[in-house]
Structure formats: C-alpha cells, structure tokens
Ligand binder design. Structure first.
Ligand code: PYC
Length: 310
C-alpha cells in the first residue's frame, strides 16, 4: 500500500494512494459509509501504531466520480470517518502537487459532505474553501465535574464542534495533558446531557480559545479530535466553525482575515463569505510539507498488522 505522509501546520496526514479497500460503487457518501462499516481494520492499521500514531488523519484517495473534480477523498481516523478535514485537505493539496497531479490554481475535491475547493499557491501553500458552516446552538452550558460550568456554542464546520471562548487553562504546549483531560470531560458532559449537533450527531470535537501569543494573530486554540488526540494545527474545520460564530456574532466581516494560532503556535489565515443558504463559506490557508513517500507492509504473521488498539 503506497502512502504519502505530510504535516499541515504540524498536524499529520497520511494519503493512501494505492492499495486501499474496494468500496464498490455508489455515491461517495455511500462508499464512505462502507469504509466505516466494513473496513475499520484497514483504517486502524494505516493510522495507528506500529505504523502511525493516534494523531494521524488518513485520506483515502479515489478517482473522481464527477467530471469537475480533480479527486475524491474519504478522511478517516482511528475511530471513524471524518466528514471533512481542513488540515488533511491542505496536506492533500501538497501531496497532489508532489505527485505532479495538480499544478498551481483551483481544483475541486469531492468529500462525503460535499465538494470543496483547494487552491494551490505554491508547492506548500494551499487554501481550502470549505463546505458551508453554521452555528447550530448558542450559549449552551454544561457542568463539568471538578471544573465547574462551561458555556459554548455548537457549530458545524464539516465536523461538529463545541466552542468555548475563554479557556481556564493557558493554551501552551506544557498544558497539553491537562487540556486533553479537560476537553475529554467537556465532551463527556455534553454526551451525558444529550447535547448533539443536528439530527442527533455526536459533537466529537471540542475547541477552547484564548488570547494569541503572537501579536500578528487574533486568537489561539486547543482542539480535541474524536480519537482523543489534540490537533497540532489550528484545525481547518474548527476554524470554519469559529468563522460561523464570529460572523453570526457580527465580530468579523466577510473577506476580513483572521489569524488563528494552534496550541503549538502554528497558524492558519482564515476568512469567509456568506453562502447561498445563509451560512458562511470559509476559506482556510495554511502550509503543508510532504515528509515521506512509503509502502506499508502487512505481514500476515505480524500480530499487530491491524494496529495496536487501546
Ligand atoms: O483540520 O479539520 C481539520 C481537522 C479535523 C481533525 C483534525 N484536523
């Protein structure tokens, strides 16, 4: 199985170029559902130890099923599919450029939650124009044992997020352990209270905000991902959810740039326009670097060939 690894603002992506499972025919949404239902062993074996680690997002590259798209892609982690993934879309852009499959300019990419556009500025710099993003619930309060009450918004940015404005814990790398514990507890408190996204969707990403460390930035964040790892980047879909909240609160005007820092200090430059359905259409710009071009080997006598699960 050939994979290309990259990182986007520190957050890793592994694009599966050849050797993925046969998902049959049908819409990309149907094939993504088949990946999640029947091929979780494949997903875990690609992203988990001993070949990877729990922060890696996998991207299964498929031939485009629409004439206007350069590629189709299904994003996945160690637990499930991701509807969209901003950092992995930027990583995919750098990967397709590395493979000479795309040149500078705009390219449409089909994802299970809709068509997104990537713009390759140079070999490493990519903008992603995401699916329409919106705030679903404002000022939801949950009680978190040992930490008190947390109020935040529930928003869609291609994945579901709970966004808390003022983190009580400083957003610095030294606090990644406590931040991970706190956000896991917030997510559990949302689950216990039955707070979900639209149609009962699990809110699988938790995002805490605080002041930036760099004067050139507007904000800093910490993002807990579904599998329990934290996002090293400012999280493309999390930035999209943030833009929806900023727009709906009247804090940021269309086309004005906002610089979002991650907990490790990497940045995305983000902006939005209003979409046709009254939601925001976010654009996230960041840098990705290819780190390896490799063949994964699955030896049938290897007891851990399907990944180490905890
Ligand atoms: O960049 O959208 C993102 C993302 C989601 C999970 C990890 N990164």
């Amino acid at each position: 199985m050939r994979v290309i690894d990259s990182h986007t603002a520190g957050e890793p992506t592994r694009v599966v170029i050849e050797g993925g499972p046969d998902l049959g025919t049908g819409s990309l949404k149907e094939r993504a559902a088949r990946l999640e239902a029947d091929h979780l062993d494949f997903c875990a074996s690609v992203v988990l130890e001993p070949r990877g680690h729990d922060a890696i997002v996998g991207a299964l590259l498929l031939p485009p099923s629409r004439d206007d798209c350069a590629a189709s892609v299904i994003f996945f982690n160690n637990l499930q599919n991701l509807g969209m993934c901003g950092h992995a879309s930027i990583g995919l852009g750098a990967t397709l450029a590395y493979l000479d499959r795309i040149g500078p300019g705009r390219h449409k990419i089909e994802t299970p939650v809709g068509v997104v556009e990537i713009q390759l500025h140079d070999a490493n710099t990519v903008s992603v124009t995401n699916v329409e993003s919106y705030r679903y619930l404002k000022d939801v309060t949950v009680e978190v044992e040992g930490h008190g009450a947390f109020t935040g918004d529930v928003a869609w940015g291609g994945n579901w997020f709970f966004l808390v404005k003022d983190s009580p814990v400083e957003l610095i790398p030294a606090n990644i352990g406590p931040l991970t514990n706190l956000t896991r507890k917030i997510r559990a408190a949302l689950d216990t209270k039955g707070i979900t996204g639209a149609d009962g969707a699990w809110i699988d990403h938790i995002e805490l905000f605080g002041p930036p460390k760099d004067r050139a930035s507007d904000s800093r964040n910490f993002v807990l991902c579904p599998g329990g790892a934290y996002d090293r980047s400012p999280c493309g879909t999390g930035c999209s959810a943030k833009l929806a909240c900023l727009a709906e609160d009247g804090i940021l005007e269309p086309d004005r740039e906002w610089v979002q820092e991650s907990v490790i200090g990497s940045t995305y430059t983000i902006s939005y326009q209003w979409g046709e359905n009254g939601a925001v259409v976010p654009t996230v710009t960041g840098q990705a670097f290819v780190t390896s071009d490799a063949n994964l080997i699955f030896d049938v006598s290897d007891p851990y060939r399907l990944g180490i699960r905890s």
